[in-house]
Design a protein. Structure first.
Ligand SMILES: [Fe+2]
Length: 192
């Protein structure tokens, strides 16, 4: 029984490692939105720059996350827990929607830095706030859906030898993670 709990904890730990980078960036993005609202016009240029680099970081984390799931986690689950197929389809659809969800914030920030003017400050801040808040909500919800819909079932329904195999696959292939893949199975997840 103790051994069973230890292997479940190991899987949870490995999956948490996958989400940790993105959750960290999302926390920093929340702070960034607060900065936009309260630091005012003098920090406008600095905050736009910060937001753009945060979005780049988020792209990298997201690409690694999508690669991990589509290359390692989902194929394994597809074989061992076929009842989770529809859940996997939903999560894969989110992966494809990521580009759409980030596009609005990206183009807004590009327009803001190109204009380099604070004449429409109030309007900019409102739009950044809306699309940034939606992006953060979308990604947190995606990670939470995996936790609730997949991780709990892995814990309760996979056999010990299957958990062991999954853990060793994550360690082996996760260690070979190829930097930041721009394309995953021929589909583009991140903007250049
Ligand atoms: Fe995902």
């Amino acid at each position: 029984m103790k051994k069973r709990a230890a292997m479940s904890e190991r899987i949870v730990h490995l999956l948490e490692k996958d989400s940790a980078g993105m959750l960290n960036v999302l926390g920093r993005m929340s702070d960034m939105l607060v900065g936009f609202r309260y630091e005012g016009k003098p920090s406008f240029g600095k905050n736009v720059k910060k937001a753009k680099s945060m979005l780049r970081l988020l792209n990298q984390e997201w690409a690694q996350h999508a690669w991990f799931e589509e290359k390692i986690l989902f194929p394994f689950i597809g074989v061992h827990l076929p009842k989770l197929e529809s859940m996997i389809l939903v999560l894969k659809a989110d992966h494809l929607d990521f580009k759409k969800v980030t596009r609005q914030l990206r183009s807004l920030l590009n327009r803001m830095s190109a204009m380099n003017s604070v004449s429409r400050y109030g309007e900019w801040i409102q739009q950044v706030n809306e699309s940034g808040t939606y992006l953060i909500y979308f990604l947190r919800h995606h990670l939470e859906a995996r936790k609730e819909g997949i991780e709990k079932i892995i814990e309760s329904e996979l056999r010990e030898n299957e958990k062991k195999e999954l853990a060793s696959r994550i360690k082996r292939l996760g260690g070979l993670r190829p930097g930041v893949p721009k394309k995953i199975f021929g589909r583009r997840y991140v903007e250049r």
